[in-house]
Design a protein around this ligand. Structure first.
Ligand code: HEM
Length: 437
């Protein structure tokens, strides 16, 4: 982590680019995807605009939307154990509402198309999996000998069509959304219209599966470590009690619950190898010559499970954050390429995780009539992303009072997302960017 801080942080001017990714950047996304762009003027426009809507001060205004969506999750999990679908819909709906002004029920064709595109993208950015990344010169072959280019064109056109139709909807809807904000308030000179559409669409791709994957790991931890869950529930019961749902305003009074969230992010980093960086100048570091164009990886897995930094690092132990609140946590990367969605993601977890722990006890589900054994190392990689292999889980409401309260909150929740988003607009236009809950 110290090396990452020095290179990606202090020397960030040199180490914030991306390596050439022929398939991912040049073919599939045709130099439009923020995460793959080299460090330079175009990336800076993307980053400025992303931060204009995702900075910490803006994210405070999204609390009402996230809280409303979180009630749906609690209600769903009382009736179904299909937590994977439930988490995916939840995080997707938050991002889709913010970006395009439309909540998702989970069965819309555009939702499934967005998921497919996001999945293909995540798989494609695992550099080196394509022959054309290993031998870039073959990308200059004519199209009848170059399946990578024609596949890239098809994928790019499919994504573009979807981003275009989502944006058209976003401009027509009555609700405030990022698409409207970017068109009305941001300086996009330097980008073509298609690049603007892509820059907006990227947020769904980068934002939906990442946060839902953290919730899957949270569920795994909750099943495997009931003692930690019990400590969190004791704290929740003391601060919140059984008669209302926790809110983000409760979190400062619940250090163990906050530590639980930190520990999930540390224990299973969802991007074990980060997203690779590249250097844009020759440099010398610790006696090594690092030539321009070198590929650098922040190894999240080894950094977050490093025994020198985190004693007993393989154990899930939220207490470590209470013993030493200054422990480093860089699940969102570091430096100029740090995840711009980190505050929305953290806000989502800060709302959802306490509510899950408040509402449920967690157990492994059954496979063929036998209680499943959950293996914390049964993981699968999808491109840059690491997920648990799906496991059966049971969410048991902790008592009847909570069950009734969730039913009531679900029935009474504000379903007028247009109204919620328009309140975001009012809050943002007042310029109240004070960082608070
Ligand atoms: C818990 C959830 C999330 C985690 C752990 C996460 C983690 C990361 C990491 C490790 C990177 C690469 C940083 C680097 O290059 O050094 C990244 C990049 C990125 N993330 Fe996230 N992310 C999450 C959620 C989100 C959300 C919700 C959004 C959008 C709303 C988002 C948008 C992006 C974008 C656009 C990039 C590319 C940044 C660039 O290349 O400049 N992420 N994220």
């Amino acid at each position: 982590m110290e090396i990452t801080k020095e290179l990606f942080g202090k020397r960030g001017r040199i180490y914030s680019s991306r390596p050439r990714m022929v398939m991912g950047n040049e073919n599939l996304t045709q130099n439009k995807h923020t995460a793959l762009l080299p460090y330079g003027p175009k990336w800076k426009i993307h980053n400025r605009i992303h931060n204009s809507i995702l900075a910490a001060g803006k994210t405070q205004h999204y609390t009402e939307l996230i809280e409303s969506e979180s009630i749906r999750v609690l209600h769903h999990l009382m009736h179904t154990n299909e937590y994977n679908r439930c988490y995916t819909r939840f995080t997707s709906s938050i991002i889709f509402s913010l970006v395009y002004g439309k909540p998702l029920q989970g069965d819309e064709p555009e939702f499934h198309e967005m998921l497919k595109i996001a999945e293909n993208f995540v798989a494609a950015i695992a550099g080196g999996t394509w022959l054309v990344d290993i031998f870039p010169f073959i990308n200059r072959l004519p199209s009848f000998l170059n399946p990578w280019k024609s596949m890239g064109n098809r994928f790019h056109d499919r994504a573009m069509r979807l981003f275009q139709s989502n944006a058209s909807h976003a401009m027509r809807t009555k609700a405030w959304n990022f698409t409207k904000h970017v068109h009305a308030a941001e300086d996009t000179s330097g980008l073509t219209d298609k690049e603007v559409l892509y820059m907006i669409g990227v947020l769904f791709e980068a934002g939906n599966d990442s946060t839902s994957t953290v919730l899957r790991f949270c569920t795994m931890a909750a099943i495997l470590f009931p003692d930690a869950v019990q400590l969190a529930q004791t704290e929740l019961d003391a601060v919140v009690g059984p008669l209302r749902l926790p809110t983000v305003a409760d979190l400062p009074q619940m250090p163990y619950v906050s530590a639980f969230i930190n520990e999930v992010l540390r224990w299973r980093p969802i991007t074990p190898g980060g997203v690779v960086h590249a250097s844009s100048e020759d440099d010398t570091f610790m006696g090594y010559q690092i030539p321009r164009g070198s590929v650098l990886m922040f190894n999240h897995w080894s950094a977050h499970l490093d025994e020198d930094t985190y004693t007993d690092s393989l154990s899930f132990r939220p207490d470590r954050w209470l013993e030493n609140p200054n422990l480093p946590l860089h699940a969102f990367g570091y430096g100029r390429r740090v995840c711009p969605g980190q505050y929305v993601a953290r806000k989502t977890l800060d709302i959802m995780v306490p509510r899950l722990l408040w509402a449920f006890d967690f157990e492994a589900g059954y496979e063929n009539g036998v209680r499943a054994k959950i293996d914390p190392y049964n993981l699968q990689e999808l491109g840059a992303l690491l997920r648990p292999v799906p496991f059966p889980a049971i969410f048991k409401p902790r008592d009847e009072a909570r069950r009734a309260l969730i039913d009531m909150a679900f029935a009474k929740r504000d379903t007028d997302i247009d109204g919620i988003l328009n309140r975001v607009k009012t809050a943002i236009s007042r310029g109240s960017d004070i960082i608070s809950n």
